[in-house]
Design a protein around this ligand. Structure first.
Ligand code: HSE
Length: 436
């Protein structure tokens, strides 16, 4: 059988890794796919810059559209990233009847609905395993491996840069800004690192996973996103003393009121396996009604690790080339006409417990004022620690853990506490999850 010709768009970290893996493991890969896979063309906007892969035997161009319009190419592998030119190229590739493999999480999270509809119309596939958690085959696991389950919730550490920062802060007492600079130098951070630290990158990935878990359209604009830039060394230490670790989690949960879709720093009990996922590693905990909790762990970024997922997608597409489009695994796990409209809940309706850090004056009645406000708002305290002020006569840090409460009630309580004349700084609130 003749080989399948593919075209790769972008020869950066992931594109270069994909060429390397496809070349290095060519024999094994064609034994699995049933056909040889030939990288016929590759496009890069700067062909003169040094590449991490050899390009012998590959026709090179700086015009990605030439690959999209090349009738010989059956699969386009989009590894450019972003939602500008990448979106245009992917849409055109689909219109030209080509299958697409992409690692582009922003593209899928923001424009997946229209791209999948177009792909459906044209009878082609868009594969995007590498878009979520790099090398971890989480899309395949949820879409196929857990197909017998009602997925109830999932929680993931899905940004390596953020996890690296929090790990270094905890283990080495380092400051946020210094660690971020190192993460950028290591090549894990997004082009705009605020995407990592403010949770946008994680929200892209969470949006995709939630759609596959619950069979809903992609709704990135409804995800609640809170970053880790306000987490201080003090919070990391307090969490540790109370038996918790702070992780930047993406959480999607189905409740009777709707679906929670949220990314925020979270205290989780230190004995949980996922609390021990450190450095740039990623992990996703998925809870199905039949299987219970399952944990997927691995490299969430990096050249070869992400290429592993890209190549697996290419193999899947090659296997499906001759299959009837109606019988392929649906993009979002559920048949397109079976997606449902369960609403995404606003954050104010979410119920969680909280860690609070309140800096108060050391005066008679302060604690009574604060506990009264919490009680009026229906918030029950689970633990309370009053720490020594850092200097004589300074503010007293008050650390509280609460039982579960509606976010709206906590918002109201925090506003009232911050209005007290004895409370000077804003209240630090971090949500807690037991993940049991
Ligand atoms: N910037 C991302 C991370 C890369 O740090 O996890 C992988 O999506």
């Amino acid at each position: 059988m003749h080989s399948v010709k593919i075209g790769i768009l972008g020869l950066g970290t992931v594109g270069g890794g994909t060429v390397n893996v496809l070349t290095r493991n060519a024999k094994e890969i064609s034994r699995r796919a049933g056909r040889d896979i030939e990288i016929a063309w590759a496009a890069d906007r700067d062909l003169d810059s040094p590449k991490i892969c050899k390009t012998d035997g590959i026709s090179l161009t700086d015009d990605a559209m030439a690959i999209i319009n090349n009738p010989e190419i059956e699969i386009v592998v989009e590894l450019i990233g972003g939602t500008g030119i990448a979106r245009e190229l992917v849409m055109k590739a689909i219109e030209n009847g080509k299958h697409v493999v992409t690692a582009n999480k922003a593209l899928i999270a923001l424009h997946g609905n229209e791209l999948f509809a177009k792909a459906q119309e044209k009878g082609v596939t868009i594969s995007f395993e590498a878009a979520v958690a790099g090398g971890i085959p989480i899309i395949k696991a949820m879409r196929e491996g857990l197909a017998g389950n009602r997925i109830e919730w999932l929680a993931g550490i899905i940004n390596g840069t953020g996890n690296f920062i929090l790990t270094e802060m905890r283990d080495k007492g380092r400051d946020f800004a210094e660690v971020l600079t190192e993460a950028q130098a290591l090549g894990y951070a997004e082009a705009d690192p605020t995407f990592d630290v403010e949770g946008i990158d994680a929200a892209h990935k969470l949006t995709i996973m939630a759609s596959i878990a619950f069979g809903i359209p992609l709704q990135f604009n409804k995800a609640y996103t809170e970053g880790i830039s306000k987490i201080s060394q003090e919070d990391v230490k307090n969490a540790g003393e109370l038996g918790y670790r702070i992780k930047h989690l993406g959480i999607a949960k189905k409740t009777p009121q709707g679906i929670e879709l949220r990314v925020h720093p979270t205290l989780i009990p230190h004995r949980r396996l996922i609390a021990n996922v450190d450095g740039v590693m990623n992990a996703i905990l998925v809870h199905g009604d039949a299987v219970g909790s399952t944990l997927y762990y691995g490299a969430g970024a990096g050249s070869d690790a992400t290429a592993s997922a890209v190549v697996a997608d290419i193999v899947d597409v090659v296997r499906a080339l001759t299959s009837d489009p109606e019988n392929r695994v649906p993009h979002l796990a559920f048949k397109p006409d079976s997606l449902d409209n369960t609403p995404i809940m606003p954050m104010s309706q979410v119920v969680t417990s909280y860690y609070l850090r309140i800096a108060t004056e050391d005066k008679l009645g302060v604690l009574a004022d604060i506990t009264r406000i919490l009680s009026v708002n229906g918030i029950s305290i689970e633990a309370i620690v009053q720490k020594e002020p850092e200097q004589q006569g300074g503010m007293v840090p008050l650390i509280m853990l609460t039982h579960e409460v509606l976010e709206k009630n906590m918002d109201a309580a925090i506003m009232q506490i911050e209005a007290l004349s004895t409370v000077k700084d804003s209240v630090m609130r971090i949500r807690m999850e037991s993940l049991g």
